[in-house]
Ligand binder design. Structure first.
Ligand code: ITT
Length: 189
């Protein structure tokens, strides 16, 4: 089935395409910057992104993600895109110099078909590296080491990242939902 992913982030698009391919979902991109309300909830942001594209037909997918660092009270969290945009990586590494480094990446995927909506959460626990490593991926990938691994996301191939990432977990759940829903739509009553 065809799915429209609304995002301005090419890294997300690349990953979502690869993760949903085994579910036979063909992902096309609609590049539109959607409003992100001031809220502490990824789900609330995903909900408002979906609402902002209510005119787009068919299967519509959005996602909101963030990096939550425990010793910084969850910062940058829902503000990850903004903080990454103005700071990059170094100020975060500086802030963490004498603080515990555990963190979690979260993605909330929002899916709509007609008047029905679904939300799926994916999480990936890990730690923030002492310095940036690797050039793969995007955003905070060079400083995030997922639990049980030694390398950062930035040092991994796309497939390695997708085996454990927050986005892959949320999107695999979306993939299963798409398969289930399209099967039930195809069944005669
Ligand atoms: P949209 O147009 O889809 O909103 P965005 O980049 O603004 O794109 P978010 O609001 O979800 O997306 O911001 C999440 C930010 O968190 C993103 O810009 C990255 O800096 C970072 N991020 C999210 N997922 C990441 C990942 O898998 N690896 C590294 N950084 C990630």
């Amino acid at each position: 089935m065809d799915v429209t992913l609304v995002t301005t982030n090419p890294g997300k698009l690349r990953e979502v395409r690869e993760i949903l391919a085994p579910f036979h979902a063909a992902v096309s991109a609609l590049r539109r910057k959607l409003p992100e309300p001031q809220t502490s909830s990824l789900r609330e942001v995903a909900r408002s992104k979906l609402e902002a594209v209510s005119e787009v037909p068919g299967w519509v997918l959005v996602e909101d993600s963030g990096l939550f660092i425990r010793s910084l009270g969850g910062f940058p969290g829902v503000y990850s895109a903004y903080i990454y945009g103005i700071w990059g990586l170094d100020p975060l590494l500086e802030l963490l110099r004498d603080r515990p480094r555990d963190a979690v990446f979260r993605t909330v995927a929002g899916l709509r078909y007609g008047t029905r909506t679904w939300y799926r959460l994916g999480e990936c626990r890990g730690t923030i590296a002492r310095s940036r490593r690797g050039t793969g991926g995007f955003g905070f990938d060079p400083i995030f080491v997922p639990e049980g691994k030694r390398r950062t996301f930035g040092e991994m191939t796309a497939a390695e990242k997708a085996s454990v990432s927050h986005r892959a977990r949320a999107m695999r759940s979306v993939g299963k939902l798409l398969v289930r829903e399209t099967r039930s739509r195809a069944r005669p009553d």
